[in-house]
Design a protein around this ligand. Structure first.
Ligand code: GTP
Ligand code: SPV
Ligand code: MN
Length: 585
């Protein structure tokens, strides 16, 4: 071990946690096999059928540890204002002391794994090195898929001190003693008491979004909760789209979308660059560029099937880890929405389960961890360290009413206002009530590592720097009929249609109706060839209701008041302009 900063820190953490052993991970295949064997022996994972699902593992989490714990997630800046009104805050000294108390001796009888990793391609100038310490083999095996892990990261780090220090421990998986704490000033994350997803795979939401967004604000780039997809037209021109939707609102599905058959026949193709996180910066020509800092997909299992997302499904057929899904007798997996339910199986809690048992077999936030390289539609540019040029930014959420299927904002400021006021009904991705409308600006409410008002200002600051600003759109796949019984839009593959409209707008080809909220597809501009949808439903999907929108604006004010004096005046100006446009009609 050459790097004294790293070895010193690891020694310090080992002195705190007192593991029996410290094991440095190199990322090799033999190490993977060894760790798999150890985890299978302890029951931490179950090896699945080697013929049907080669290299695949099954895991059940603790019953109280099935989603991100937003209430237990803290931004620990020296003063409370640094974290802002939308984050939980703890003073750094208090947080270190409190968590040290839980970490102390917590790895006795266990092995401490040291996992060096890179977020981003190994050679990309914008990539960042992290080192995660953990006592969970399951976490190591996940990090191995989700990041560039092992020697490659040590090589990139060299003798330097520039790495995010990520300490993770399961402790006793007690949610009364669970904390996910971020120390942006120290480039450090401490997480204890959970082994699930974003709480425990610290490269993902903790480094790539919370610490990343803070670094981006300081250094002039952006870390966003966005998928990146390339849409290739029949002439072979590829436009890249970055889209921010809150958790469980369709990023993975859109990132891997298979266009409807009529578009496939015409020669359209979609390429996935990333499905959850984008790092964006301004390129040499004043264009917006982006990379996917991850190397795997941590995707929602329920609802994924051959019809909704065949590409995601295909990505899970080898070298994949399944968490909290149904385990069949044949050592294969199943979840709600998948074809061919098993006759007899064990549910995500390990109880006997049949399709007739009247309860879900898989947890609603059950997930697959699959390497990006398993994806049949992976973009040839996915690991290009110079990123791809973004032509369009899309914001979206779950709205039963108000927001139409798609609209185009008038300019960057109006687009930033639209992102800043993004709202969505809550989902199972986080612990808490499901289906409640909450403001989730840029889909970053749980992930912004600093003051939300400053975050909006950071977004606005790009206006001057962007010579080729992408157009900004808003979509809603979840609008319901008046009785709130039925989702009006078929969604999934057909989401390609509004996306295509957006790209044709960029090329100046498609017509849009100017409305107070932005441009909406002209009756015939949205290609609905081969789609079975009534004119009435379509009309409703593309309608703008003045009373609903005025109420929406009123509702935004509560959120603005919460942000307080650091809300940039441009955001209120944009809101006023929208109100004036609405009042004119
Ligand atoms: P995170 O990984 O939590 O960030 O989620 P995500 O944004 O990647 O969402 P994902 O694509 O996994 O979709 C979440 C859920 O929404 C799944 O159950 C999907 O089946 C469902 N879903 C995705 N797209 C659509 C759509 O167009 N219409 C409807 N009705 N449901 C959708
Ligand atoms: C999300 O909740 O947005 C996820 C899953 O992508 S987790 O990694 O648990 O944050
Ligand atoms: Mn996500």
């Amino acid at each position: 071990m050459q790097n004294s900063h790293l070895s010193g820190w690891v020694r310090e953490m080992a002195d705190l946690c007192r593991p029996d052993k410290v094991r440095w991970c190199d990322g090799s295949e033999s190490e993977k096999n060894d760790l798999t064997r150890l985890a299978a022996r302890s029951g931490e994972v179950i090896e699945l059928d080697p013929q049907k699902l080669p290299g695949c593992l099954y895991n059940r989490s603790a019953l109280n540890d099935v989603a991100r714990s937003e209430q237990l997630t803290f931004i620990c800046t020296p003063d409370k204002d640094g974290a802002g009104p939308t984050n939980n805050w703890m003073a750094p000294k208090e947080a270190y002391e409190k968590l040290a108390g839980i970490f102390r001796d917590s790895m006795k009888g266990r092995t401490m794994y040291v996992v060096p990793f890179i977020m981003g391609p190994a050679d990309a100038p914008v990539s960042k090195v992290g080192v995660q310490i953990t006592d969970s083999i399951y976490v190591v095996l996940n990090m191995r898929i989700m990041t560039r892990m092992g020697d490659v990261a040590l090589k990139r780090l060299g003798a330097g001190d520039d790495f995010t220090r990520c300490l993770h421990g399961k402790a006793d998986l007690n949610d009364k003693r669970r904390y996910v704490c971020h120390f942006p000033q120290d480039n450090t994350v401490w997480s204890v008491g959970s082994a699930y997803g974003g709480n425990a795979l610290l490269g993902k939401k903790c480094l790539a979004l919370r610490i990343g967004s803070y670094l981006g604000m300081r250094q002039g780039w952006m870390a966003e909760h966005m998928l990146i997809m390339g849409v290739e037209n029949p002439q072979g021109k590829v436009h890249y789209v970055a889209a921010a939707f809150p958790s469980q609102c369709g990023k993975t599905n859109l990132a891997m979308i298979v266009p409807p058959d009529i578009f496939l026949k015409k020669g359209y193709k979609v390429w996935t660059v990333g499905d959850d996180i984008a790092w964006l910066w301004i390129g040499p020509e004043g264009e917006l560029r982006a990379i996917n800092p991850e190397a795997g997909f941590f995707g929602v299992a329920p609802g994924t099937n051959q019809k909704t997302n065949p590409n995601a499904l295909a990505a899970t057929h080898k070298d994949t880890i399944f968490t909290n899904v149904v385990l069949t007798k044949e050592k294969t997996v199943w979840w709600e929405g998948l074809e061919d339910p098993p006759k007899e199986a064990l549910d995500w809690t390990g109880q006997p389960w049949t399709p007739e048992s009247g309860r879900n077999g898989a947890h609603p936030n059950s997930r697959f961890t699959a390497p990006c390289t398993n994806s049949p539609c992976l973009s040839p540019e996915w690991a290009n360290g110079n990123g791809v040029e973004i032509s369009a930014i899309v914001f979206g959420g779950r709205h039963a009413a108000t927001a139409p299927l798609i609209y185009e904002t008038f300019d960057w400021r109006h687009g930033v206002y639209t992102g800043a006021t993004l709202a969505s009904e809550t989902t199972a991705a986080a612990t808490g009530q499901v289906g409640v409308l909450r403001r989730d600006p840029m889909a970053m409410l749980p992930f912004c590592g600093y003051h939300m008002g400053d975050y909006f200002a950071h977004w606005l600051s790009f206006e001057k720097k962007l010579k080729k600003a992408p157009k900004i759109f808003h979509v809603n796949w979840f609008r319901m009929d008046k009785a709130r019984k039925r989702i009006l839009w078929p969604g999934f593959r057909d989401n390609f249609r509004p996306i295509l409209w957006a790209l044709e707008r960029i090329e100046g080809k498609a017509l849009g109706n100017r409305t107070p909220i932005g441009f909406i597809p002209d009756d015939d501009a949205l290609n609905i060839e081969g789609l079975n949808i009534s004119r009435q439903d379509l009309g409703e999907l593309l309608s703008v209701n003045k009373a609903e929108w005025l109420a929406e604006i009123e509702n935004q004010n509560q959120f603005f008041d919460k942000i307080g004096s650091r809300l940039p005046s441009v955001i209120r100006e944009e809101q006023n302009k929208l109100r004036q446009r609405l009042e004119k009609v």
